[in-house]
Design a protein around this ligand. Structure first.
Ligand SMILES: Cc1ncc(COP(=O)(O)O)c(C=O)c1O
Length: 487
């Protein structure tokens, strides 16, 4: 089979490192985002598989000329879209080394397995999730982490009801209900669909003006469902909602779950990493959850894909996924003195070496570096919110708790909800296309569309946030003018 020899590997490796360095370190001098032309899309979409294979240097040329030229934008310090951060430099380098080793992390007795256990423990300690008796594993992202956690919750609920869901499926099982707030992430809904709970059996608990789950309502709905003979599967709370980065009242929800004997899952994809910040005491309630999902590929900047699923009861997670009979597992582990295989705790058999990029990022940052990054981003968000509140053309729509600020431009003629939506959507699209800054929008409430700034890039400074504000105001004024003159 055609492969590189060692000298060629090194020569091309240097070129690849140069390309990566150029890409990462000259980002500020380029537009945040450049829309692709039809020709540029087609050059990739319609390229044919070469019959005799390209020269390796031509492969890198193609990447340089057609791929690196059109990034998503999240490597840029003025990218404020969705929940996508810049990649950590140590993460980028270790992705390369992980690929060079290319182990399967299903299990076994090799360094990658121990590194994954180490880094999962670090994150448990960081979030105060119990280490003893629990189990965590790396997955592709927050959605997969939630699915793994909720599968374990379903396993507990149904085995308590005397049902063997793995053997017999969902037929004949008692009806299950799950609880999340109207600000909960769509991945929880997807998990409910996949696990046979059904979207119709997801109780959407309203949030107050502060976007936090109404805990009294939660308690009342669970009680009502119980009386109706339904089985309460789990409550999914947010340690940082996608829309506004709001923390649900986690401690109060934990108390409800304990009293009502319901599995308590926390979606910490967005804000779980902020546990180090002592000014966010609500996050200490992650210690009380039955399961926790995290997303180091968000705020921590670990190269995508990297999510973490943690389940307090290791045995429950194993019984959800393992196909190895209990006695055989014990014998195998004792005979070889190996840790149990990760593939017994999740969906994937052949698993990538995600641990190295996560380990390298955390080891390099240290807790101090992470604490500082979170504090800086939160401070930038607070100061942006203050500038928005002071600007009459803008309406501030949330008080940022983490590093997400929602607002809208309101100085338009006859500003109905519909007209505000149309104008602000056009504003976001215009800003994205012009490439000075990148932000996205969100439906905060039915009918209420907001522009959303998420600060996650390690190099974003107050000058970037100020530049974003001034570009936005100028672009909005221009759009307004164009709309007027068209009337
Ligand atoms: C709060 C929250 N939970 C879960 C997810 C899903 O995570 P992922 O996109 O990594 O699957 C997201 C993604 O943005 C999120 O913001």
């Amino acid at each position: 089979m055609k492969e590189l020899d060692a000298d060629e590997f090194k020569r091309l490796g240097h070129i690849a490192v140069e390309l990566a360095a150029e890409h990462i370190y000259s980002m500020r001098d380029r537009p945040v985002f450049t829309p692709m032309t039809a020709g540029e899309r087609s050059a990739i979409l319609n390229s044919a598989l070469p019959e005799s294979g390209l020269l390796p240097s031509r492969v890198l040329d193609f990447v340089r000329d057609h791929v690196l030229t059109h990034p998503m934008g999240n490597g840029h310090p003025r990218f404020f879209g969705w929940a996508n951060s810049s990649p950590s430099s140590m993460g980028v380098l270790s992705e390369f080394l992980a690929a060079a080793m290319n182990p399967s992390c299903a299990g076994g007795d090799h360094a990658a397995i121990y590194l994954e256990r180490c880094v999962v423990r670090w994150l448990m300690e960081l979030t105060r999730f119990p280490v003893q008796g629990s189990q965590g594993l790396l997955v592709s992202g927050g959605s997969m982490a939630a699915l793994i956690c909720l599968a374990a919750a379903r396993q507990r609920a149904l085995s308590r009801a005397g049902c063997d869901v793995r053997e017999l499926g969902m037929s004949g099982t008692p009806p299950l209900v799950m609880y999340m707030s109207d600000q909960g992430h769509s991945s929880l809904l997807k998990a409910a669909g996949l696990l046979g709970i059904g979207h119709a059996n997801v109780r959407v608990i309203p949030t107050g003006k502060d976007f936090r789950m109404d805990v009294d309502r939660l308690d009342a709905v669970i009680t009502q469902d119980r009386k109706a003979g339904l089985t309460a599967l789990c409550v999914c709370a947010s340690a940082g909602t996608m829309n506004t980065g709001t923390l649900d009242p986690l401690r109060a929800i934990a108390e409800v779950c304990m009293r009502q004997q319901v599995w308590f899952h926390i979606d910490g994809a967005l804000g779980g990493m902020a546990a180090l910040d002592s000014s966010l005491p609500e996050l200490s309630a992650m210690a009380l959850s039955d399961s926790l999902s995290l997303d180091p590929h968000k705020w921590l900047g670990v190269p995508i894909e990297c999510g973490v699923a943690m389940v307090r009861d290791q045995k429950r997670l194993r019984e959800t996924f393992s196909l190895v009979p209990f006695d055989a597992r014990l014998e195998a582990a004792e005979a070889q003195n190996w840790p149990a295989w990760f593939s017994e705790y999740g969906l994937e058999q052949t698993r990538g070496f995600r641990a190295l990029k996560l380990w390298a990022t955390l080891a390099h940052l240290g807790t101090e570096g992470l604490r500082l990054r979170i504090a800086q981003h939160r401070a930038l968000a607070r100061s942006l919110a203050a500038s928005i509140a002071a600007e009459p053309a803008l309406e501030l729509l949330n008080q940022p708790e983490l590093a997400i600020v929602c607002f809208r431009y309101v100085r338009i003629p006859e500003p109905s909800e519909l007209r505000l939506r149309v104008f602000n959507q056009a504003l976001a699209a215009q800003l994205q296309a012009e490439g000075e800054v990148f932000l996205t929008g969100v439906d905060l409430r039915p009918g209420c569309y907001a522009l959303r700034v998420s600060i996650m890039h390690h190099a974003t400074r107050s000058t970037d946030v100020t530049a974003m504000m001034s570009t936005l105001l100028k672009t909005a004024a221009r759009l307004n003018e164009a709309a007027f003159s068209a009337m």
